[in-house]
Design a protein around this ligand. Structure first.
Ligand code: MN
Ligand code: MN
Length: 500
């Protein structure tokens, strides 16, 4: 049966048929050349959408994109929000950004930043137009799913020492066992001093792991639903097995680990209660595929959008004042004073615009925000979970999402037609290749971004990002060309003189 399609041809079988058809026509090129298009062919060209792989559109793009992604790879080695902020601030300073001074009236071209508690960041470039005409905001998040330590993490069982964890964000728990883990974070010691922890990233470092049951004994385990194959309380990280040499001590392995922690970091067991520590996959980001056209790594949701927007912020020559936001806490609902469901950003913007004698509410209603976050890439292995005409695909460019959410469009900013129209005009003018994508099939699940918290401030907001395979897994995959297109999209948004 032939479906009447009004949308793009997305079926892989259809695509291969199309290309063989094309090859056939090309072989007949001598007969066809010069012939006018049929009325139907002309209408098809004028009226219908046609998707092209970025590599077909521009075969030279991969080289440019790969160059761009070398910087992204090193950015990805920052695996927590704190590490991203610590990495980004010196970069900003080297590019002429100073720390924001409240009450100062900055002139066009001025650049500054606000470091919110070392976990979120706001970067600004003042545009040529007065701030009263509105801001151009790009907001991404720099936290990623992971295993957080519990406040009392250290325990010993049968001569093995572990850290107990409480998973952070939406993960498939079974994916996090038998994966080499590194430990990251900060500990506030009794005297108030801060100790940073980062162990398992350097090739000479030890790594850590959550164990799993051998298949030989897993008959019962394998019958469980995937959500229970490994439970939250089984996500314990193995950290040692060697005893402290003292007959008089009962928990010798635990004590041995504790003595090593004290030796290296000055940490006592009680100090874990004033700490933020987590375990993340220890993998380094790598090129993926024979063609090296993809990149695999942990934390690409949402470091990929953070990096693209940071590069756009640095390269912008903006008409309107740009505000680039790195948010924390997105993966757990954006709550807390480093998340976007707080007053922190608005309070800063209020200070910023009041220096020019503006009312913040008047500025916000003239502002536009790109909520920069990733989308689910169509995966042929799990095709039944996607709706082909409204999914995003690797190598079709930046993905714009009118809405996210779940069920009957609950819990989402649904960008207005006008906002979609504005972004469309900006991207098309700049020659940026983009696609639209929903997050999978209706009623299959869903997900949110910070877009709804931005639009709650009366800012016209729309989601943009790149398609990701294996999202929220220890090893997420993106296309390099899409990453580069996202950078170009955000840069175009920052530089465009278009008003609403
Ligand atoms: Mn995200
Ligand atoms: Mn996420």
């Amino acid at each position: 049966a032939v479906n009447k399609r009004s949308g793009p041809l997305l079926d892989t079988q259809v695509i291969s048929k199309t290309s063989s058809t094309r090859a056939f026509i090309a072989g007949e090129g001598n007969h066809m050349s010069g012939e006018e298009k049929s009325k139907g062919q002309q209408l098809e060209k004028d009226l219908l959408m046609k998707w092209e792989n970025l590599g077909v559109e521009d075969p030279t793009l991969l080289e440019k994109a790969s160059g761009f992604c070398e910087g992204y790879k090193s950015f990805l080695s920052n695996k927590t929000e704190r590490e991203v902020v610590d990495h980004t601030v010196p970069l900003l300073r080297s590019r002429g950004y100073g720390e924001y001074v409240r009450g100062k009236e900055y002139g066009p071209g001025s650049r500054f930043y606000v470091n919110n508690r070392g976990k979120s960041l706001i970067m600004v470039t003042v545009g040529r137009r007065p701030v009263s005409e509105g801001l151009r905001i790009a907001a991404s998040h720099i936290d990623s799913p992971r295993l957080d330590f519990k406040p009392n993490p250290l325990f010993e069982d049968t001569d093995l020492a572990f850290f107990k964890t409480h998973y952070y964000g939406g993960i498939k728990k079974y994916q996090w066992s038998t994966v080499p883990l590194s430990l990251h974070g900060v500990v506030i010691l009794k005297d108030g001093s801060t100790t940073g922890v980062r162990i398992g990233e350097d090739p000479g470092d030890p790594v850590f792991v959550v164990t799993d049951l051998l298949p030989h004994l897993a008959r019962e385990q394998m019958k469980k639903p995937a959500s229970e194959v490994i439970t939250g309380e089984q996500l314990n990280i193995l950290i040692g097995c060697w005893p402290f040499p003292d007959e008089k001590v009962s928990q010798k392995v635990k004590l041995n680990v504790a003595s090593l922690l004290f030796e290296k970091y000055g940490i006592r067991e009680k100090d874990f209660q004033s700490a933020e520590l987590c375990a993340v996959p220890a993998f380094a980001p790598r090129d993926l595929g024979f063609d090296r056209a993809m990149l695999g790594g942990y934390g690409q949701d949402d470091s990929v959008c953070a990096y693209a927007s940071l590069m756009a912020e640095l390269d912008a020559d903006p008409e309107y004042t740009t505000v680039t936001v790195f948010a924390d806490k997105e993966e757990v609902g954006s709550d807390g004073n480093t998340g976007m469901n707080s007053q922190t950003l608005k309070d800063f913007l209020t200070d910023l615009v009041s220096a020019y004698g503006c009312e913040i509410r008047h500025v916000l209603e003239r502002s536009v925000c790109l909520s920069a976050d990733v989308n689910a890439a169509y995966d042929p292995a799990y095709g039944e979970n996607f709706e082909r005409n409204n999914s995003s695909y690797l190598n079709r460019g930046a993905v714009v999402s009118k809405y996210t959410g779940a069920g009957g469009k609950y819990s989402t900013n649904d960008a207005s037609a006008e906002t979609m129209g504005l972004l469309r005009a900006i991207l098309d003018e700049a020659g940026v290749t983009w696609q639209v994508g929903e997050l999978g099939k209706v009623d299959n699940g869903g997900g949110g971004t910070i877009a709804m918290y931005m639009s709650a401030h009366n800012i016209d907001t729309v989601d943009i990002g790149v398609p990701v395979l294996s999202m929220h897994s220890p090893y997420e995959v993106v296309s390099k060309a899409d990453v580069y297109m996202l950078y170009r999209a955000i840069l175009a948004f920052f530089n465009s003189p278009r008003s609403k």
